[in-house]
Design a protein around this ligand. Structure first.
Ligand code: ADP
Ligand code: ADP
Ligand code: MG
Length: 501
């Protein structure tokens, strides 16, 4: 039985894992880089060990330092979190060699799913629909053009080792093939050290819908339903919700079964996610499997009523799953908003810096998983995710209204962040309506980014915009006053009450 876990990660996910360990009476070991000396996970764990300089290649990705630290601290297991080493088969293998339990799947399952070309072949054999496209890696431009002729434009040129939205190019015309191929190849080479490329059909106006699965070492595999993750920027998720507003019960059942088949095909053990891309007619295609805990896992925890980290630990201990498929159901609705230290007005550029003040929302149905505190200096070396707001409601409308309320209460000063951007998403007509695709952010850019610009999304915005103009022109409001007003802006009802309209 696992008694002491080293968490090979940082930020909110490290804190979140430590919390579940504590509830299970398992000791925790944090590891940290130079930049993270006073990070929350370091303060929160039972003990903390320095593992190297700030760049992640020398610290959080340094396998040997982490293994050595596990031995020195007497940890019997390692939880990799997400990102960093979580999907590195060599790391999972090294842990095994060293007699340390890796809380995650086998090196073989990670390799088979980590390579998208191999995964596509495996899934096809298992009867899981994949996006139409090439079976092998592309060697030349001539070959690419020939295959594109067969698949039909538009297509996505993708890196087999891809992740985090990198190494992907959309091609809509033959003349762009050369540039796209080179671009994807070089980005993949730099980011993943593997420039294998394949081509798949571009699904128009799609939804990204993924299924959470759990698999134990006794052959039991269950799914914990879906997460709708179509609100994305740069192919990366910003807001996720469950249940998906577009799935029918029949489709949910089919996709859940496909997800289980996918996991079984690689003898999967642990928690994992099968990502599907879904078109307007609810046809679904396997996109990839993430062989780890996912950033957005808490919405599943809330709606299904499980602690996924505890499940991971039970599985790693060799215990059979206690949950049965037939007992699981989705209760109510949950929405996660990812809070990033980034500038939505400047192409979502990361904006590290010192947090001077923070107001965290509380109240019914609200959970915040975060890693910042007042005075904390957000390092520039890592992913700019700083907190996640997870809100539950009895139905979608309540979850939405409660999320808006919680975001109104959420304040972070000192660093640029996307809190107000998130708030506007929750007011956008397409989001409220529930039928939004992965193009949502791009299509709603004007409304989401320019604080007071307007179109026909919401008549309140039109009135607020007009009112701001009135203040600026007639009352000659100073830029400072205008900023103060903008920062206080919540929704039209607030403006109306403040200005007694
Ligand atoms: P999720 O579906 O959980 O949001 P993402 O693909 O967005 O997963 O990745 C989660 C985290 O891991 C992010 O911090 C992302 O930047 C990082 N990440 C994912 N894949 C890779 C990769 N291949 N190389 C480096 N970082 C990655
Ligand atoms: P990553 O490993 O970087 O997460 P994915 O294959 O999961 O890459 O794709 C990330 C996102 O890119 C998807 O959620 C979707 O928005 C978009 N995407 C990927 N493949 C396609 C496709 N064939 N058609 C349309 N959109 C796609
Ligand atoms: Mg993905």
């Amino acid at each position: 039985m696992i008694k002491k876990v080293l968490v090979a990660n940082r930020g909110e996910i490290a804190v979140r894992i430590i919390r579940s360990c504590r509830e299970m009476d398992i000791s925790t070991v944090a590891v940290y880089s130079d930049a993270d000396r006073s990070a929350l996970h370091v303060l929160y764990a039972d003990e903390a060990w320095h593992i190297g300089p700030s760049p992640s290649t020398e610290s959080y990705l340094n396998i040997e330092n982490i293994i050595r630290t596990a031995h020195l601290s007497g940890a019997d297991a390692i939880h990799p979190g997400y990102g960093f080493l979580s999907e590195n088969p060599d790391f999972s293998a090294r842990c095994r060699e060293e007699g340390i339990i890796f809380i995650g799947p086998s090196p073989n399952a990670i390799s088979m799913m980590g390579d998208k070309i191999t995964a596509r072949t495996t899934m096809t054999e298992a009867g899981v629909p994949v996006v139409p496209g090439t079976k092998d890696k592309i060697e030349s431009e001539e070959e690419a053009l020939k295959l594109i002729g067969e698949i039909g434009l538009p297509v996505m040129i993708k890196a087999s080792a891809g992740g985090g939205g990198k190494g992907m190019r959309l091609v809509t015309s033959d003349k762009d093939v050369t540039t796209a191929l080179r671009g994807a190849r070089s980005e993949a080479g730099t980011a993943f050290g593997d420039d294998s490329i394949f081509i798949e059909k571009y699904i128009e106006a799609p939804h990204h819908i993924e299924f959470q699965i759990l698999a134990d070492s006794h052959g039991n595999v269950i799914h914990l339903f879906e997460r709708e993750c179509s609100v994305q920027r740069r192919h990366q998720k910003i807001i996720e919700e469950t249940p998906s507003p577009i799935l029918t019960p029949e489709r949910r059942l089919q996709m859940g079964e496909a997800a289980i088949a996918a996991a079984k095909a690689v003898d999967y053990q642990g928690a994992g996610t099968i990502e599907f891309i879904v078109d307007q007619d609810l046809n679904y295609y396997f996109l990839e499997m993430n062989t780890r805990l996912q950033v957005e896992h808490p919405i599943t925890e809330r709606v299904v009523g499980v602690d996924l980290v505890k499940e991971q630990i039970h599985i790693a201990n060799g215990k059979p799953l206690q949950l049965r498929q037939e007992d699981l159901k989705q209760q109510g609705h949950a929405i996660e908003c990812r809070v990033y230290a980034e500038d939505p007005d400047n192409n979502f550029m990361p904006a590290p810096g010192k947090v001077t003040h923070i107001d965290i929302p509380y109240g019914v149905g609200v959970r915040v998983d975060g890693s910042i505190y007042e005075g904390f200096e957000i390092p520039l070396y890592y992913d700019p995710l700083i907190a996640k707001l997870i809100v539950w409601g009895k139905d979608r409308m309540e979850a939405l209204e409660r999320s808006r309320r919680a975001l109104q209460e959420f304040k972070i000063t000192g660093v640029k962040n996307n809190l107000r951007f998130l708030e506007r998403i929750l007011h956008a007509k397409d989001f409220v309506g529930g039928n939004y695709t992965t193009h949502f952010v791009e299509e709603n850019k004007e409304f989401l980014v320019n604080e007071f610009s307007c179109d026909n999304h919401c008549e309140d915005i039109v009135i607020i915009t007009a009112f701001m103009e009135y203040l600026r022109k007639i009352h000659k409001a100073s830029p400072k006053e205008m900023t103060a007003l903008k920062n206080n802006w919540k929704d039209y009802s607030r403006v109306r009450s403040v200005f007694k309209l």
